[in-house]
Design a protein around this ligand. Structure first.
Ligand code: C2O
Ligand code: CU
Ligand code: CU
Length: 468
Protein backbone atom coordinates (compact mmCIF):
# COMPACT_ATOMS: atom_id res chain seq x y z
CA UNK A 1 0.00 0.00 0.00
CA UNK A 2 2.20 2.78 -1.32
CA UNK A 3 2.08 6.12 0.43
CA UNK A 4 0.83 4.52 3.63
CA UNK A 5 -2.82 4.93 4.30
CA UNK A 6 -2.67 8.66 3.84
CA UNK A 7 -5.59 8.42 1.45
CA UNK A 8 -7.82 7.40 4.32
CA UNK A 9 -7.13 10.62 6.10
CA UNK A 10 -7.93 12.57 2.96
CA UNK A 11 -11.61 11.91 2.99
CA UNK A 12 -13.35 13.21 -0.07
CA UNK A 13 -10.16 13.59 -2.09
CA UNK A 14 -9.48 11.69 -5.25
CA UNK A 15 -6.40 9.56 -4.63
CA UNK A 16 -4.78 7.12 -7.03
CA UNK A 17 -1.93 4.72 -6.32
CA UNK A 18 1.54 5.44 -7.74
CA UNK A 19 1.67 4.26 -11.33
CA UNK A 20 4.19 4.04 -14.15
CA UNK A 21 4.85 7.38 -15.82
CA UNK A 22 6.19 8.28 -19.25
CA UNK A 23 9.99 8.63 -19.36
CA UNK A 24 11.31 12.18 -19.65
CA UNK A 25 12.44 11.45 -23.19
CA UNK A 26 8.80 11.04 -24.30
CA UNK A 27 8.39 14.78 -24.84
CA UNK A 28 10.55 16.23 -27.59
CA UNK A 29 13.23 18.64 -26.36
CA UNK A 30 15.44 21.18 -28.08
CA UNK A 31 12.79 22.95 -30.14
CA UNK A 32 12.99 26.71 -30.60
CA UNK A 33 11.19 28.57 -27.84
CA UNK A 34 7.72 29.78 -28.62
CA UNK A 35 6.19 33.03 -27.38
CA UNK A 36 3.03 33.01 -25.25
CA UNK A 37 -0.31 33.37 -26.99
CA UNK A 38 -1.73 36.84 -26.33
CA UNK A 39 -5.38 37.48 -25.60
CA UNK A 40 -6.76 39.88 -28.19
CA UNK A 41 -8.34 43.03 -26.78
CA UNK A 42 -11.77 43.49 -28.36
CA UNK A 43 -12.44 46.93 -26.82
CA UNK A 44 -12.88 49.85 -29.19
CA UNK A 45 -11.99 52.54 -26.65
CA UNK A 46 -8.53 53.32 -25.38
CA UNK A 47 -7.96 52.48 -21.72
CA UNK A 48 -10.27 49.45 -21.81
CA UNK A 49 -9.23 45.82 -22.06
CA UNK A 50 -12.07 43.49 -23.03
CA UNK A 51 -11.75 39.80 -23.71
CA UNK A 52 -13.27 36.38 -23.12
CA UNK A 53 -11.70 33.44 -21.34
CA UNK A 54 -13.36 30.07 -21.81
CA UNK A 55 -12.34 27.17 -19.59
CA UNK A 56 -13.01 23.89 -21.36
CA UNK A 57 -11.71 20.37 -21.92
CA UNK A 58 -9.44 19.90 -24.95
CA UNK A 59 -7.49 16.97 -26.32
CA UNK A 60 -3.90 17.98 -26.92
CA UNK A 61 -1.21 16.02 -28.73
CA UNK A 62 1.86 16.43 -26.53
CA UNK A 63 3.37 13.02 -27.24
CA UNK A 64 3.33 12.08 -30.93
CA UNK A 65 0.37 9.87 -31.72
CA UNK A 66 -1.22 10.12 -28.26
CA UNK A 67 -3.88 12.43 -26.91
CA UNK A 68 -3.71 14.13 -23.54
CA UNK A 69 -7.05 15.42 -22.28
CA UNK A 70 -6.46 18.81 -20.64
CA UNK A 71 -8.55 21.65 -19.20
CA UNK A 72 -7.49 24.92 -20.80
CA UNK A 73 -8.30 28.60 -21.10
CA UNK A 74 -9.13 29.30 -24.77
CA UNK A 75 -7.45 26.03 -25.71
CA UNK A 76 -3.97 27.38 -24.92
CA UNK A 77 -1.07 25.74 -23.01
CA UNK A 78 -0.36 27.79 -20.91
CA UNK A 79 -3.39 30.09 -20.86
CA UNK A 80 -3.14 33.33 -22.87
CA UNK A 81 -1.22 36.41 -21.77
CA UNK A 82 -3.32 39.46 -20.94
CA UNK A 83 -1.56 42.81 -21.10
CA UNK A 84 -2.88 46.07 -19.73
CA UNK A 85 -1.64 49.45 -18.54
CA UNK A 86 -2.01 51.05 -15.15
CA UNK A 87 -5.28 52.98 -15.19
CA UNK A 88 -6.96 50.58 -17.64
CA UNK A 89 -10.43 49.24 -17.10
CA UNK A 90 -10.41 45.47 -17.49
CA UNK A 91 -13.52 43.47 -18.42
CA UNK A 92 -13.06 39.74 -18.79
CA UNK A 93 -16.01 37.54 -19.62
CA UNK A 94 -15.48 34.10 -18.15
CA UNK A 95 -17.29 31.13 -19.65
CA UNK A 96 -17.09 27.96 -17.61
CA UNK A 97 -17.49 24.96 -19.87
CA UNK A 98 -15.98 22.60 -17.31
CA UNK A 99 -18.13 19.95 -15.65
CA UNK A 100 -17.47 21.56 -12.24
CA UNK A 101 -17.62 25.04 -10.68
CA UNK A 102 -14.66 27.34 -11.17
CA UNK A 103 -13.53 30.93 -10.67
CA UNK A 104 -10.76 33.12 -12.03
CA UNK A 105 -8.47 34.47 -9.36
CA UNK A 106 -6.18 37.36 -10.37
CA UNK A 107 -3.13 36.30 -8.38
CA UNK A 108 -1.32 39.28 -6.88
CA UNK A 109 -3.46 41.96 -8.49
CA UNK A 110 -5.23 44.66 -6.49
CA UNK A 111 -8.73 43.83 -7.71
CA UNK A 112 -11.81 44.25 -5.49
CA UNK A 113 -12.61 41.12 -3.43
CA UNK A 114 -15.91 40.49 -5.24
CA UNK A 115 -14.02 40.38 -8.58
CA UNK A 116 -11.12 38.25 -7.34
CA UNK A 117 -12.51 34.76 -7.91
CA UNK A 118 -12.92 33.87 -4.24
CA UNK A 119 -14.17 30.31 -3.55
CA UNK A 120 -17.47 31.83 -2.35
CA UNK A 121 -18.08 33.28 -5.81
CA UNK A 122 -17.94 30.08 -7.86
CA UNK A 123 -19.23 30.15 -11.42
CA UNK A 124 -21.24 26.93 -11.85
CA UNK A 125 -20.51 24.34 -14.53
CA UNK A 126 -21.92 25.75 -17.76
CA UNK A 127 -22.25 29.23 -16.26
CA UNK A 128 -20.53 32.52 -16.97
CA UNK A 129 -19.76 35.89 -15.40
CA UNK A 130 -18.00 39.16 -16.04
CA UNK A 131 -14.92 40.11 -14.02
CA UNK A 132 -14.32 43.85 -14.02
CA UNK A 133 -11.75 46.01 -12.31
CA UNK A 134 -9.58 49.08 -12.83
CA UNK A 135 -5.82 48.79 -12.45
CA UNK A 136 -4.56 51.45 -10.07
CA UNK A 137 -1.41 53.55 -10.50
CA UNK A 138 1.56 51.65 -9.08
CA UNK A 139 0.15 48.23 -9.97
CA UNK A 140 2.58 47.54 -12.83
CA UNK A 141 3.94 44.04 -12.35
CA UNK A 142 3.97 40.41 -13.40
CA UNK A 143 0.87 38.48 -12.41
CA UNK A 144 -1.10 35.41 -13.33
CA UNK A 145 -4.60 34.03 -13.12
CA UNK A 146 -5.88 30.61 -12.18
CA UNK A 147 -9.02 28.92 -10.80
CA UNK A 148 -9.77 29.15 -7.08
CA UNK A 149 -12.89 27.06 -6.44
CA UNK A 150 -13.25 25.40 -3.07
CA UNK A 151 -11.25 22.15 -3.00
CA UNK A 152 -10.81 21.79 -6.78
CA UNK A 153 -8.02 24.30 -7.37
CA UNK A 154 -5.19 21.72 -7.51
CA UNK A 155 -6.92 19.58 -10.11
CA UNK A 156 -8.03 22.50 -12.29
CA UNK A 157 -4.50 23.90 -12.33
CA UNK A 158 -2.67 20.61 -12.92
CA UNK A 159 -5.01 19.83 -15.82
CA UNK A 160 -3.82 23.06 -17.44
CA UNK A 161 -5.80 26.07 -16.23
CA UNK A 162 -3.41 28.98 -15.61
CA UNK A 163 -2.66 32.11 -17.61
CA UNK A 164 -0.54 35.23 -17.40
CA UNK A 165 -1.23 38.91 -16.77
CA UNK A 166 1.22 41.78 -17.19
CA UNK A 167 0.38 45.27 -16.01
CA UNK A 168 2.58 47.94 -17.55
CA UNK A 169 3.45 51.45 -16.45
CA UNK A 170 3.59 54.23 -19.03
CA UNK A 171 6.77 55.56 -17.40
CA UNK A 172 8.50 52.16 -17.22
CA UNK A 173 12.27 52.76 -16.77
CA UNK A 174 13.03 49.54 -18.69
CA UNK A 175 10.97 50.47 -21.73
CA UNK A 176 14.02 50.27 -24.01
CA UNK A 177 14.46 46.54 -23.28
CA UNK A 178 12.70 43.98 -25.42
CA UNK A 179 10.98 41.28 -23.39
CA UNK A 180 10.61 37.54 -23.09
CA UNK A 181 8.11 35.68 -20.94
CA UNK A 182 8.98 32.30 -19.45
CA UNK A 183 6.24 30.42 -17.66
CA UNK A 184 7.62 27.41 -15.86
CA UNK A 185 5.14 24.66 -15.10
CA UNK A 186 5.38 20.96 -14.62
CA UNK A 187 3.26 18.19 -15.98
CA UNK A 188 2.71 14.62 -14.88
CA UNK A 189 1.81 12.11 -17.57
CA UNK A 190 1.11 8.45 -17.03
CA UNK A 191 2.25 5.76 -19.46
CA UNK A 192 -0.76 6.51 -21.72
CA UNK A 193 0.07 10.24 -21.78
CA UNK A 194 -2.96 10.99 -19.59
CA UNK A 195 -2.85 13.36 -16.62
CA UNK A 196 -3.41 11.17 -13.53
CA UNK A 197 -5.15 12.20 -10.32
CA UNK A 198 -3.01 12.94 -7.28
CA UNK A 199 -1.40 10.12 -5.35
CA UNK A 200 -1.28 10.13 -1.55
CA UNK A 201 2.28 11.39 -1.83
CA UNK A 202 1.18 14.24 -4.13
CA UNK A 203 -1.40 15.31 -1.58
CA UNK A 204 1.23 15.26 1.15
CA UNK A 205 4.23 16.89 -0.54
CA UNK A 206 2.55 18.69 -3.37
CA UNK A 207 2.35 17.35 -6.89
CA UNK A 208 5.42 17.43 -9.13
CA UNK A 209 5.23 16.30 -12.72
CA UNK A 210 8.16 14.56 -14.37
CA UNK A 211 8.17 17.13 -17.19
CA UNK A 212 9.24 20.68 -16.42
CA UNK A 213 8.01 22.94 -19.19
CA UNK A 214 8.66 26.50 -20.30
CA UNK A 215 5.67 28.01 -22.09
CA UNK A 216 4.38 24.47 -22.45
CA UNK A 217 7.57 23.24 -24.15
CA UNK A 218 10.02 20.65 -22.88
CA UNK A 219 13.61 21.93 -22.65
CA UNK A 220 13.29 24.47 -25.46
CA UNK A 221 16.11 26.55 -26.92
CA UNK A 222 15.77 30.20 -25.96
CA UNK A 223 17.28 32.83 -28.22
CA UNK A 224 18.26 35.95 -26.34
CA UNK A 225 18.91 38.98 -28.50
CA UNK A 226 21.40 41.44 -27.01
CA UNK A 227 20.23 42.23 -23.51
CA UNK A 228 16.59 41.45 -22.73
CA UNK A 229 14.14 41.72 -19.89
CA UNK A 230 12.85 38.27 -18.91
CA UNK A 231 9.76 37.79 -16.79
CA UNK A 232 9.61 34.35 -15.17
CA UNK A 233 6.64 32.68 -13.50
CA UNK A 234 6.60 29.60 -11.29
CA UNK A 235 3.20 28.15 -12.14
CA UNK A 236 4.01 24.70 -10.73
CA UNK A 237 1.72 23.23 -8.09
CA UNK A 238 4.60 22.48 -5.72
CA UNK A 239 7.99 22.49 -7.43
CA UNK A 240 10.63 24.80 -6.01
CA UNK A 241 12.82 26.35 -8.70
CA UNK A 242 16.30 27.41 -7.71
CA UNK A 243 17.11 29.09 -11.01
CA UNK A 244 20.67 29.68 -12.16
CA UNK A 245 22.69 30.03 -15.33
CA UNK A 246 26.08 28.47 -14.59
CA UNK A 247 28.87 30.86 -15.54
CA UNK A 248 26.65 33.94 -15.31
CA UNK A 249 25.24 36.20 -12.65
CA UNK A 250 21.62 37.28 -12.87
CA UNK A 251 20.50 40.89 -12.77
CA UNK A 252 17.31 40.82 -10.73
CA UNK A 253 15.10 43.84 -11.47
CA UNK A 254 11.64 42.83 -10.33
CA UNK A 255 9.56 40.54 -8.14
CA UNK A 256 5.84 39.67 -7.94
CA UNK A 257 4.59 43.24 -7.65
CA UNK A 258 6.92 44.96 -10.11
CA UNK A 259 10.33 46.57 -10.15
CA UNK A 260 12.87 46.67 -7.35
CA UNK A 261 14.33 50.01 -6.29
CA UNK A 262 17.60 49.16 -8.04
CA UNK A 263 18.99 46.15 -9.90
CA UNK A 264 20.50 43.42 -7.69
CA UNK A 265 23.24 41.15 -9.02
CA UNK A 266 22.58 37.64 -7.70
CA UNK A 267 24.08 34.19 -8.39
CA UNK A 268 20.66 32.49 -8.43
CA UNK A 269 17.00 33.05 -7.71
CA UNK A 270 14.74 30.80 -5.63
CA UNK A 271 11.32 30.96 -7.28
CA UNK A 272 8.73 29.15 -5.19
CA UNK A 273 5.25 28.13 -6.43
CA UNK A 274 3.22 31.21 -7.31
CA UNK A 275 6.15 33.65 -7.43
CA UNK A 276 7.46 35.75 -10.32
CA UNK A 277 10.69 37.61 -11.04
CA UNK A 278 12.08 39.88 -13.71
CA UNK A 279 15.72 39.59 -14.69
CA UNK A 280 17.96 41.18 -17.33
CA UNK A 281 19.93 38.67 -19.39
CA UNK A 282 22.61 38.86 -22.06
CA UNK A 283 25.47 41.23 -22.72
CA UNK A 284 25.26 41.36 -26.51
CA UNK A 285 27.93 38.72 -27.13
CA UNK A 286 27.12 35.41 -28.79
CA UNK A 287 27.48 32.42 -26.48
CA UNK A 288 25.74 29.29 -25.22
CA UNK A 289 24.54 28.60 -21.70
CA UNK A 290 21.90 26.62 -19.85
CA UNK A 291 19.06 27.55 -17.58
CA UNK A 292 19.22 25.18 -14.61
CA UNK A 293 17.06 24.36 -11.67
CA UNK A 294 19.55 23.50 -8.91
CA UNK A 295 19.12 21.01 -6.09
CA UNK A 296 16.67 22.19 -3.47
CA UNK A 297 15.67 20.34 -0.34
CA UNK A 298 12.30 21.47 0.92
CA UNK A 299 12.37 18.90 3.71
CA UNK A 300 9.43 17.07 2.31
CA UNK A 301 7.33 14.68 4.25
CA UNK A 302 7.62 11.03 3.43
CA UNK A 303 11.39 11.34 3.05
CA UNK A 304 11.27 12.06 -0.65
CA UNK A 305 14.67 12.92 -2.14
CA UNK A 306 15.36 16.62 -2.72
CA UNK A 307 14.75 18.20 -6.12
CA UNK A 308 17.52 17.03 -8.44
CA UNK A 309 19.47 19.41 -10.62
CA UNK A 310 17.98 19.65 -14.09
CA UNK A 311 18.35 21.61 -17.28
CA UNK A 312 15.22 23.61 -18.07
CA UNK A 313 16.37 25.18 -21.32
CA UNK A 314 19.33 25.78 -23.57
CA UNK A 315 20.18 29.44 -23.95
CA UNK A 316 21.58 30.91 -27.14
CA UNK A 317 22.84 34.43 -26.58
CA UNK A 318 23.07 36.53 -29.72
CA UNK A 319 24.37 39.93 -30.64
CA UNK A 320 21.78 42.67 -30.40
CA UNK A 321 20.82 45.87 -28.67
CA UNK A 322 22.23 46.34 -25.16
CA UNK A 323 20.33 49.22 -23.58
CA UNK A 324 21.89 50.79 -20.48
CA UNK A 325 20.68 49.32 -17.21
CA UNK A 326 19.27 52.18 -15.14
CA UNK A 327 20.89 52.56 -11.70
CA UNK A 328 17.56 53.38 -10.12
CA UNK A 329 14.31 51.70 -11.11
CA UNK A 330 11.77 53.28 -8.79
CA UNK A 331 11.12 54.17 -5.18
CA UNK A 332 9.18 51.65 -3.10
CA UNK A 333 7.93 53.75 -0.25
CA UNK A 334 7.50 52.38 3.23
CA UNK A 335 3.75 52.38 3.95
CA UNK A 336 4.45 53.89 7.38
CA UNK A 337 4.36 52.81 10.98
CA UNK A 338 2.36 49.66 11.67
CA UNK A 339 -0.50 49.98 14.13
CA UNK A 340 -1.71 46.38 14.14
CA UNK A 341 -0.11 42.97 14.52
CA UNK A 342 -1.44 39.74 13.03
CA UNK A 343 -0.04 36.33 13.86
CA UNK A 344 -0.25 33.49 11.38
CA UNK A 345 1.01 29.97 11.94
CA UNK A 346 1.33 27.25 9.33
CA UNK A 347 1.33 23.76 10.76
CA UNK A 348 0.78 20.15 9.87
CA UNK A 349 -0.16 17.23 12.04
CA UNK A 350 0.02 13.55 11.50
CA UNK A 351 -2.42 11.43 13.44
CA UNK A 352 -3.47 7.81 13.42
CA UNK A 353 -7.00 6.80 12.64
CA UNK A 354 -7.94 3.13 12.40
CA UNK A 355 -4.27 2.31 12.08
CA UNK A 356 -3.89 4.74 9.14
CA UNK A 357 -1.83 7.91 8.98
CA UNK A 358 -3.81 11.10 8.50
CA UNK A 359 -2.17 14.39 7.52
CA UNK A 360 -3.74 17.75 8.16
CA UNK A 361 -2.37 21.08 6.99
CA UNK A 362 -3.57 24.07 8.94
CA UNK A 363 -3.45 27.81 9.41
CA UNK A 364 -3.62 28.93 13.02
CA UNK A 365 -4.56 25.40 14.04
CA UNK A 366 -7.59 25.20 11.79
CA UNK A 367 -8.57 23.73 8.45
CA UNK A 368 -10.12 26.19 6.00
CA UNK A 369 -13.81 26.91 6.35
CA UNK A 370 -15.43 29.11 3.68
CA UNK A 371 -17.94 30.38 6.21
CA UNK A 372 -15.48 31.38 8.93
CA UNK A 373 -13.68 34.71 9.21
CA UNK A 374 -10.24 34.08 10.66
CA UNK A 375 -8.83 37.60 10.92
CA UNK A 376 -10.17 41.12 10.66
CA UNK A 377 -8.16 43.98 9.14
CA UNK A 378 -9.05 47.61 8.59
CA UNK A 379 -8.82 49.01 5.09
CA UNK A 380 -5.84 51.36 4.86
CA UNK A 381 -4.29 50.31 8.17
CA UNK A 382 -0.60 49.39 8.14
CA UNK A 383 -0.12 45.97 9.73
CA UNK A 384 2.73 43.67 10.60
CA UNK A 385 1.98 40.04 9.89
CA UNK A 386 4.20 37.65 11.78
CA UNK A 387 4.11 34.32 9.97
CA UNK A 388 5.56 31.24 11.62
CA UNK A 389 6.12 27.97 9.82
CA UNK A 390 5.65 25.47 12.59
CA UNK A 391 6.36 22.46 10.43
CA UNK A 392 9.26 20.53 9.01
CA UNK A 393 8.75 21.38 5.38
CA UNK A 394 8.89 24.63 3.40
CA UNK A 395 5.57 26.33 2.62
CA UNK A 396 5.07 29.35 0.33
CA UNK A 397 2.78 31.89 2.04
CA UNK A 398 0.44 33.85 -0.28
CA UNK A 399 -1.93 36.71 0.54
CA UNK A 400 -4.60 37.95 -1.87
CA UNK A 401 -5.38 41.46 -2.93
CA UNK A 402 -2.23 43.36 -2.08
CA UNK A 403 1.56 43.43 -2.28
CA UNK A 404 3.64 43.39 0.88
CA UNK A 405 7.20 44.12 1.96
CA UNK A 406 9.26 41.56 3.87
CA UNK A 407 10.89 43.17 6.92
CA UNK A 408 12.92 40.34 8.41
CA UNK A 409 13.12 36.64 9.06
CA UNK A 410 14.15 34.58 12.03
CA UNK A 411 15.47 31.06 11.81
CA UNK A 412 17.22 29.09 14.55
CA UNK A 413 17.48 32.21 16.68
CA UNK A 414 19.14 34.24 13.90
CA UNK A 415 17.33 37.35 12.78
CA UNK A 416 18.00 38.76 9.33
CA UNK A 417 16.71 41.86 7.64
CA UNK A 418 15.39 41.52 4.10
CA UNK A 419 18.36 42.26 1.81
CA UNK A 420 16.45 44.84 -0.26
CA UNK A 421 12.97 46.25 -0.50
CA UNK A 422 10.68 44.40 -2.90
CA UNK A 423 6.96 43.86 -3.41
CA UNK A 424 5.70 40.32 -2.97
CA UNK A 425 2.41 38.49 -2.73
CA UNK A 426 4.06 35.09 -2.21
CA UNK A 427 7.08 34.31 0.01
CA UNK A 428 8.72 31.12 1.15
CA UNK A 429 9.08 29.98 4.74
CA UNK A 430 11.73 27.46 5.68
CA UNK A 431 10.81 24.92 8.38
CA UNK A 432 10.41 26.75 11.71
CA UNK A 433 11.17 30.12 10.14
CA UNK A 434 9.31 33.27 11.16
CA UNK A 435 8.81 36.10 8.67
CA UNK A 436 7.61 39.59 9.44
CA UNK A 437 5.91 41.39 6.60
CA UNK A 438 4.30 44.83 6.31
CA UNK A 439 0.85 44.74 4.76
CA UNK A 440 -1.90 47.19 3.83
CA UNK A 441 -5.23 46.08 2.37
CA UNK A 442 -7.09 48.79 0.48
CA UNK A 443 -10.43 47.22 -0.42
CA UNK A 444 -13.14 46.05 1.94
CA UNK A 445 -14.21 42.42 1.69
CA UNK A 446 -12.92 38.91 2.07
CA UNK A 447 -9.33 37.95 1.20
CA UNK A 448 -7.72 34.52 1.32
CA UNK A 449 -4.25 33.68 2.55
CA UNK A 450 -2.77 30.24 2.13
CA UNK A 451 0.09 27.96 1.30
CA UNK A 452 0.68 28.08 -2.47
CA UNK A 453 1.53 24.40 -2.66
CA UNK A 454 -1.84 23.82 -4.26
CA UNK A 455 -2.39 20.41 -2.67
CA UNK A 456 -1.96 21.98 0.77
CA UNK A 457 -4.29 24.84 -0.06
CA UNK A 458 -6.80 22.34 -1.44
CA UNK A 459 -6.74 20.39 1.81
CA UNK A 460 -7.43 23.48 3.85
CA UNK A 461 -4.10 25.20 4.53
CA UNK A 462 -5.95 28.43 3.90
CA UNK A 463 -7.71 31.07 5.96
CA UNK A 464 -9.49 34.33 5.32
CA UNK A 465 -9.17 37.88 6.47
CA UNK A 466 -12.16 40.19 6.38
CA UNK A 467 -11.17 43.74 5.53
CA UNK A 468 -13.59 46.24 7.09
CU1 C2O B 1 -2.42 31.95 -6.70
CU2 C2O B 1 -5.09 32.09 -3.63
O1 C2O B 1 -3.74 31.95 -5.22
CU1 CU C 1 -3.69 34.73 -5.16
CU1 CU D 1 2.31 23.96 2.17
Amino acid sequence: NHGGGASDGMAGLKVVPDMPLLPETALPAGRPHRALARLANTAKQRGVVKATLTAAAHDVELVAGQTTPMWLYNGQVPGPLIEAFEGDRVEIRFINQLAQPSTIHWHGMPVPPDQDGNPQDAVPAGGERLYQFTLPKGSAGTYWYHPHPHGDTPEQVYRGLAGLFIVRAKDDPLLSFSEQHWVISDLKLDAEAKIPDNTANDWMNGREGQFVLINGQHQPVMNILGRQRIRIWNACSARYLRLAIPGQKLTLVGTDGGLLEKPEIVPEVLLVPGQRVEILLGDGKAQHAELKALIYDRQKMGRVAPEVERTLAKLQFNTGAVPNTPKLLRKISDPGKATALKKVEFSETMSMENGQHTMSFMVNGKIYDMDRVDLISKAGEVEIWQIFNNSHMDHPFHLHGTQFIVLDSELEGKRQNAPYRALHDTVNLRPYETLRIKVVQHDKGLRMFHCHILEHEGQGMMAQVKVI
